[in-house]
Design a protein around this ligand. Structure first.
Ligand SMILES: Cc1cc2nc3c(=O)[nH]c(=O)nc-3n(C[C@H](O)[C@H](O)[C@H](O)COP(=O)(O)OP(=O)(O)OC[C@H]3O[C@@H](n4cnc5c(N)ncnc54)[C@H](O)[C@@H]3O)c2cc1C
Length: 396
């Protein structure tokens, strides 16, 4: 018992859950798994988080009403119990001693190895008024439910949707794809309500070149969405936006995703901070300059990334797999050797159509090219991935 190595995991989002998946073998008999692990386990694992997992990829579907809070929020404690992982319901406020001590709700937790999956923070101070006058799907179900209540109360109006990307770490730290999806789904429901002609939908981003073309732009154009590519408001204000020249643009509702950065914990603890405000990390998932501290997911920068790679659950999976292998190696006295691939892959659901957006550093196609890249049938595949993953979290 005394030789068990103490591992602390912070956060219970995609990165941490993928990390657990790759660190521990899948229980063969899930019902007895917790008991068996108590008898035999090489690790003594503690996870510090809020116990609630959010399946963000389904949040845009709040717009069509096909998904709601109960579909995307899941109590993760039974998953942890089956793996004999101790759960601490707390917020981590500091990391000390080069990572060996984590402070959560005023209490110190010591570890032999640490994994951080603490997710993103957003550059909400970048454009004044972001907090007060915009909503974002990236803030989870509360914001999305508020957005839907306000849309449903409108008989007519002007809606702006947009995003901004933080490029200071050399990659696309932002949520473009999700916002395109929200714009197309909004067009769909307004048509379904028979009121689309009474609404203007605008799509804006300072990170898009005016005149930019491509498959996504074609989908927005075919839906009559006004393309404000290149536009960045100077401020969000009551009833709309203010432009750099002082002009006022009316907007009844704004759904906006600011660029991604690291949270306060990243800035205010012993963690090294990248130029973009994220945890500085190498290609093995090791936090720069700290021993036996690993990270993955939206809180972490990359070492020499391709400029197009975004933060995604998909990338969090690749990164968490490498981090789990490397943590095991390091705890066995070996060096980290596992790296990860760069890939962008997601299905953009437009309800009456869908696109598989895909790009890989090694040019590998998704699933050996078994699926079409542009077909409404992709929506069924996206739903299947979601069902399988949530089944795994609930029962395995
Ligand atoms: C609307 C939307 C749609 C998306 N669609 C897709 C998609 O189709 N495909 C795809 O691959 N990706 C998609 N993504 C991106 C994906 O959801 C993220 O990349 C993923 O959630 C990142 O995982 P993470 O674990 O790094 O962060 P998160 O999932 O945000 O988890 C972070 C965890 O850390 C916890 N935490 C944070 N700070 C602390 C602290 N101080 N103490 C304790 N716990 C803490 C949080 O409570 C949470 O449990 C989408 C995102 C959004 C918002």
């Amino acid at each position: 018992m005394g030789t068990r190595r103490k591992i602390t995991i912070v956060g219970n989002g995609f990165a941490s859950l993928f990390f657990i998946q790759y660190l521990l073998a899948l229980p063969v008999v899930p019902f007895f798994a917790g008991f068996l692990r108590r008898l035999y386990s090489r690790y003594d694992i503690t996870l510090i988080g809020n116990g609630r997992f959010t399946y963000y990829p389904a949040i845009p579907e709040f717009i069509t009403g096909k998904k709601g809070r109960k579909d995307v929020c899941l109590d993760i404690r039974p998953f942890l119990r089956r793996r004999h992982i101790r759960f601490v319901d707390a917020v981590v406020t500091d990391i000390r001693d080069g990572g060996r001590t984590v402070i959560a709700n005023g209490k110190a937790h010591e570890n032999d190895a640490l994994f951080l999956g603490i997710g993103p923070a957003f550059l909400e101070d970048d454009i004044p008024g972001t907090r007060e006058y915009t909503l974002s799907p990236c803030n989870g179900p509360d914001d999305m439910e508020r957005f839907m209540r306000r849309i449903e109360a409108l008989e007519e109006g002007i809606v702006y949707l947009g995003f901004k990307i933080n490029r200071r770490d050399g990659f696309a730290a932002g949520r473009g794809g999700q916002m395109y999806e929200c714009a197309c789904l909004l067009d769909f429901v307004l048509r379904q309500r028979g009121v689309r002609d009474r609404f203007e939908i605008h799509f804006f981003s300072p990170n898009l070149e005016p005149g930019e073309t491509g498959a996504i732009t074609d989908r927005l154009r075919e839906r009559g969405i006004v393309l404000d590519y290149g536009y960045e408001p100077a401020a969000f204000v009551a009833g709309g936006m203010q432009d750099a020249d002082g002009a006022f643009r009316r907007a009844d509702l704004v759904l906006y995703s600011p660029g991604i950065t690291g949270s306060r914990l990243v800035r205010e603890s012993c963690l090294p901070v990248s130029a973009g405000g994220q945890i500085e990390v190498d290609r093995y998932g090791q936090v720069a300059g700290l021993n036996r501290v690993f990270t993955a997911g939206d809180c972490a920068s990359h070492e020499n990334p391709p400029p197009w790679v975004p933060h995604q659950a998909h990338m969090a999976q690749f990164r968490a797999r490498a981090a789990a292998k490397n943590m095991r190696a390091v705890l066995n006295g070996d060096s980290s050797a596992a790296t990860y691939r760069y890939e962008l892959s997601c299905i953009l659901n437009m309800e009456n159509d869908a696109l598989w957006l895909h790009r890989a550093a090694d040019d590998k196609p998704p699933f050996w090219n078994l699926f079409p890249r542009h077909s409404k049938r992709l929506i069924g595949i996206k739903n299947l991935f979601e069902k399988l993953y949530l089944f795994y979290l609930r029962y395995l």
